[in-house]
Design a protein around this ligand. Structure first.
Ligand code: 13P
Ligand code: SF4
Length: 303
C-alpha cells in the first residue's frame, strides 16, 4: 500500500499535479487526496489551485466541470468509465419545449449533468448552493434539471416560484425506501437521520437534516447532543465523519447506498493516469464557451 502511495506522491511532484477527491470514493483515496469535498467545494478548488494537472477522483461531470472552469489545466480521470447516470437524464427537446411554454424560464442545471446539457442551461447549482442561487434568480418559472428530487426539495423551501421538473434521478439514492429509514430508526432510536436531497421526497420528509455531503458531515460534527447518527447517502461519507468524530457512531441506513461509478476509482488507476497521462478530459473549444457560462454564473451567485 505504502509503495503505491509513495509512487503517487513522486508522480504528483514530477507532474506538478493535485488530487481532488469526492467523499463518495474509497477511504484510501480520500486519505491521499490534496483536497476532499463536495461538488461545489471541489469545483472552486479546480479554479483556484495553482498546479498544472488535476487528477479528479470522482465521476465524469466533475472532471468536465473542472476542465470548463480551468481550460488551461490538464484534467485526468482515473477511470474513463466512471460516469454518473443521472448526468444524462434530460433531453434537449424537453428543455426547448419548456422554453417555448414559459417566457421568463430559467433553466437551473444541477452540476451532475453532462457538459452538453450545461450548454442549454442558464445557471448551474450543487446541493449545497441550490437554495441560495434559486432564491437570487429574478425568474418566477424555474426548470430544474436533471434531478427531480433535489429540485422538489428546493421547490418546497421556495414556494413562491413555479418549478418544472424532468424525470432524472440518482440511481444510488433512489434505492433507499421509506421502510429502510423506518427500520434504521427502530434499530437506533433517537439517532438523527441525515439525508442527501437526491433521495425520494418521502424519504427526505423523514429526516432531521437534509443537505449536501459536506452539510451532512458538518451537521454531525457540530451536533453536541447526539453521539449516534443514521446516514442516508453514499456510504463513502462515513470515512470522513468517523475521522472528524472519533467518539460518535454512524450507521448507514442500508447497505444499498454504494455508487458503483464513484467506486471505480482506485489508487492504482490514479497512479496510472498520472504516469501515462491517460483519460484526459478533452472538450471542444466552441462547446466549452457555452458550457462554462452557467458554471461561472453559479460561482458568482454563490459567493
Ligand atoms: P454533493 O457532494 O455536492 O452533495 O453531491 C453528491 C453527489 O451525488 C455527487 O455525485
Ligand atoms: Fe451520480 Fe448518484 Fe453516483 Fe452521485 S451518487 S455520482 S448522483 S449516481
Amino acid at each position: 500500500m505504502n509503495n503505491i502511495v509513495d509512487e503517487i506522491k513522486k508522480l504528483k511532484e514530477e507532474r506538478n499535479a493535485v488530487i481532488l477527491a469526492h467523499y463518495y470514493v474509497d477511504g484510501a483515496i480520500q486519505d491521499i487526496a490534496d483536497y476532499l469535498g463536495d461538488s461545489y467545494y471541489l469545483s472552486k478548488i479546480a479554479v483556484d489551485c495553482p498546479q498544472d494537472v488535476i487528477v479528479f477522483a470522482g465521476v465524469e461531470f466533475m472532471g468536465e466541470s473542472a476542465k470548463l472552469l480551468s481550460p488551461n489545466k490538464t484534467v485526468l480521470m482515473p477511470d474513463s468509465e466512471a460516469d454518473c447516470p443521472m448526468a444524462h437524464m434530460v433531453d434537449e427537446y424537453f428543455i426547448a419545449r419548456m422554453r417555448e411554454k414559459y417566457e421568463d424560464l430559467c433553466v437551473v442545471c444541477y452540476i451532475n449533468s453532462t457538459a452538453e446539457i450545461k450548454t442549454m442551461a442558464d445557471v448551474c447549482v450543487t446541493s449545497s448552493n441550490a437554495k441560495r442561487i434559486v432564491e437570487a434568480l429574478p425568474n418566477k418559472n424555474i426548470l430544474f434539471i436533471p434531478d427531480q428530487n433535489l429540485g422538489k426539495h428546493i421547490a418546497k423551501i421556495i414556494p413562491d416560484k413555479n418549478f418544472v421538473f424532468c424525470n432524472g434521478y440518482c440511481p444510488t439514492h433512489y434505492r433507499i425506501k421509506v421502510e429502510d429509514i423506518q427500520k434504521a430508526k427502530q434499530l437506533h432510536p433517537g439517532a438523527p437521520v441525515l439525508i442527501h436531497p437526491e433521495c425520494r421526497p418521502e424519504c427526505v420528509a423523514l429526516a432531521d437534516y437534509a443537505g449536501s455531503t459536506s452539510g451532512i458531515i458538518d451537521y454531525a460534527t457540530n451536533d453536541q447532543e447526539h453521539d449516534e447518527f443514521i446516514v442516508v447517502t453514499e456510504v463513502g461519507v462515513i470515512h470522513e465523519m468517523e475521522k472528524r468524530n472519533p467518539g460518535k457512531k454512524f450507521y448507514p441506513a442500508t447497505d444499498k447506498l454504494i455508487c458503483p461509478n464513484m467506486k471505480k476509482n482506485t489508487l492504482e488507476k490514479i497512479r496510472d493516469c498520472l504516469k501515462n497521462n491517460t483519460n484526459q478530459v478533452i472538450l471542444d473549444d466552441e462547446f466549452m464557451v457555452k458550457a462554462k457560462k452557467p458554471l461561472e454564473r453559479m460561482h458568482e451567485l454563490a459567493k
